[in-house]
Design a protein around this ligand. Structure first.
Ligand code: ADP
Ligand code: MG
Length: 625
């Protein structure tokens, strides 16, 4: 016999799809407040949100007549016709959140519109009480108590108060960041945890992560192929032990996305120590037609029409900022200090990104469509493999803006720190010197080379310097695909499962271009008989292990990034070591090859040169004070 479920039971079941945890209750309520146009939102939770969640806003409110309707499933004021579905601009539109939450909790809404009085309506397990007159300011206050009190099975699945609280807090942090124009107050068990003032992203970042974090970040704003990328990137020395410090917002919505995550992580590449993750708060504004956000309401993922373009854009912007934009940064900083709050847009000087790269002619800004066409054209599909990206897309020109934060009283500290940090960067990067003017003065401990110029002395770590130079060369060679193979004494045979095999076979053309000699070896095995000459000592087992581990996200792009990592270690091995003696000529040639760039870092992020002023030395000897 087929039973028709009663409305109460149906709502209870449906509730599970929208609200499964306290944090999803908070999410739905805050989104409603945002949709209502609130400029100030207060969120209070108790007992990890299981005991109580209250969200108060100063939005447009709910009228007396609408109050009972707000509790009905599929009741929404945000959508009238089916056509509206395609143009909906609000966060909610399904009209199921309040009904679902009401079904599994004790809920009370007090609301007042500008025109009417305040009214209150309570419910218990979905059963409505009476609308009564109440007191209250314009806006809405929704209180949800005893979540899942009538669905014990679900209650059992909740984690501890602290864990649930943690998830709510993470989400609140993301609300503060994604809605920097809204003032948020967030209380946990009566204690204020986050407070933002609705006065901008820098302020919101300080509210969530502390003022000092602002100073450890690059603020970026770039536009590429019709895609806007802006936000904050942790500097090379500011990484985190896990991914929870990574926030991505696509068209204003918080999402977790592998393509973007991989692009950022790979751009940091060698700057990161093992098991460290970059810090970022990034916003991507993309044309609506290339992104599918109509995914399940509780899942924060998003699909892009073309992952490679997104990857390329993010990778190139982030890696340029990290690797070589020093000149731009320096330029903008001085601009900022002189002119105050200005936004400068300057084209990034190409040759400065990586000096050893072939010169690229500046190209006009491309639209997303043009980018897609070019990509399709660029890639000759060999044997139906996934299109190979242009390697190290960071060499394309793009314009970068660094926003100057407007000094505000309460964040004075953060800006001071930010400025100090950037000034320091600037100082470091100014140190490009004509190598001919440097006088070689000998070496110390067979490790540090000493150069003199005017009143400055430079100590150069011979290993770090050489390593960086070799690395640059290897990267350039790989990106131009001018690889030479080195046959192996014993071929390496790799046996994998069918899925992995199919995947690797698709990568064969790219692997071959990169200098690997690989062929199918019967069954699901592959034979590697030669490797790129630059990577003679590569641990193939580990390399293919990594390739396969990233199978899901890998579209041929990441392969080259994996190699970049290998190139860094190859460069390290090939470089002169500390303790090795360099002749005068070798020492001079090193500085010439460095092109006098004292701001270089080795591929692992350590400085190549350290400067000491004559006056510092004099101070040590108390010649001056
Ligand atoms: P949806 O947000 O998908 O429309 P909800 O169940 O979350 O569905 O909310 C139902 C309706 O209740 C909304 O369409 C809106 O009209 C009203 N509403 C809910 N929360 C608020 C609020 N904080 N301020 C004003 N109206 C609200
Ligand atoms: Mg809603």
């Amino acid at each position: 016999m087929i039973n028709i479920l009663s409305k109460e039971i149906y709502n209870k079941i449906a509730a599970g799809e929208v609200v499964d945890r306290p944090y999803s209750v908070v999410k739905e309520l805050v989104e409603n407040a945002i949709d209502a146009g609130a400029s100030e939102i207060t969120v209070e939770i108790e007992g990890g949100g299981k005991k109580k969640v209250r969200v108060t806003d100063n939005g447009k409110g709910i009228s007396k007549e609408d109050l009972p309707r707000a509790y009905l499933p599929h009741a929404t004021s945000k959508l009238k016709t089916a056509e509206d579905l395609f143009t909906v601009a609000t966060l909610g539109f399904r009209g199921e959140a309040l009904a679902s939450i009401a079904a599994v909790s004790r809920m009370k809404i007090v609301s007042k519109t500008a025109e009417g009085n305040a009214y209150s309506l309570s419910s218990g397990g979905g059963l409505l009480g009476e609308v009564t007159e109440a007191a209250g300011a314009n806006g809405t206050e929704v209180t949800v108590e005893d979540l899942f009190f009538n669905t014990p099975a679900r209650l059992k699945f909740l984690k501890s108060d602290t864990q649930e609280e943690g998830e709510v807090s993470n989400m609140m942090a993301r609300f503060l960041l994604s809605r920097p124009k809204i003032a948020f107050n967030y209380y946990v068990n009566g204690k204020l945890k986050y407070r933002s003032f609705g006065d901008g992203l820098d302020s919101a970042l300080a509210a969530v992560y502390g003022a000092e974090t602002v100073g450890k970040c690059y603020e970026i704003s770039a536009e590429k192929h019709g895609i806007r990328i802006y936000g904050y990137l942790g500097n090379q020395n500011f990484s985190k032990p896990n991914r929870s410090y990574q926030s991505l917002f696509v068209n204003g919505r918080y999402v977790v996305n592998q393509t973007v995550g991989a692009a950022v992580t790979n751009a940091y590449g060698a700057y990161l120590m093992k098991r460290q993750y970059p810090f970022f708060v990034l916003f991507l504004d993309v044309p609506a037609e290339i992104v599918d956000v109509n995914v399940h309401p509780t899942k924060a993922d998003v699909r892009f029409a073309d992952n490679q373009i997104i990857y390329g854009c993010v990778y190139s912007v982030v890696s340029a900022v990290l690797d070589g934009n020093s000149k731009a940064l320096e330029y903008l900083v001085s601009n900022k200090t002189e002119k105050g709050a200005v936004q400068e847009e300057i084209p990034l000087p190409k040759a400065e990104v990586r000096s050893t790269f072939p010169e690229l002619k500046p190209q006009p800004q491309m639209s997303y469509e043009a980018a897609k066409k070019e990509l399709a054209f660029d890639v000759s599909p060999v044997g139906g493999r996934t299109p190979a990206p242009r390697l190290f897309a960071s060499d394309e020109p793009f314009t970068m803006k660094v926003n100057s934060p407007k000094p505000k009283e309460q964040e004075q500290d953060a800006f001071e720190e930010n400025r100090a940090f950037l000034l320091e960067q600037e100082k470091k990067k100014q140190e490009k010197i004509d190598p001919a003017t440097l006088a070689y003065k000998g070496e110390l401990f067979r490790t540090f080379l000493i150069y003199e110029i005017g009143d400055d002395a430079y100590f150069i770590d011979q290993h770090a310097a050489h390593e960086r130079l070799i690395y640059n060369r290897l990267v350039a060679r790989t990106s131009s695909r001018e690889q030479v193979s080195q046959p192996m004494l014993l071929p390496f045979v790799l046996s994998v499962n069918a899925e992995e095999y199919a995947f690797l076979v698709r990568q064969l053309p790219l692997l071959r271009e990169l200098g690997f000699e690989v062929e199918e070896f019967g069954g699901t095995s592959l034979k590697v008989s030669a490797v790129p000459v630059d990577l003679q000592n590569i641990d193939l087992d580990a390399f293919f292990g990594e390739v396969l581990r990233s199978m899901e996200t890998l579209n041929g792009i990441k392969l080259t990034d994996l190699l970049k990592d290998k190139l860094a270690s190859a460069a390290c091995k090939a470089a002169v070591k500390g303790g090795e003696f360099l002749t005068d000529d070798e020492a001079k040639s090193l500085i010439t090859q460095m092109d006098g760039d004292m701001g270089l870092r080795c591929p692992h992020g350590r400085p190549v040169a350290v400067k000491m002023k004559k006056s510092e030395l004099e101070k040590l000897f108390k010649r001056i004070v």
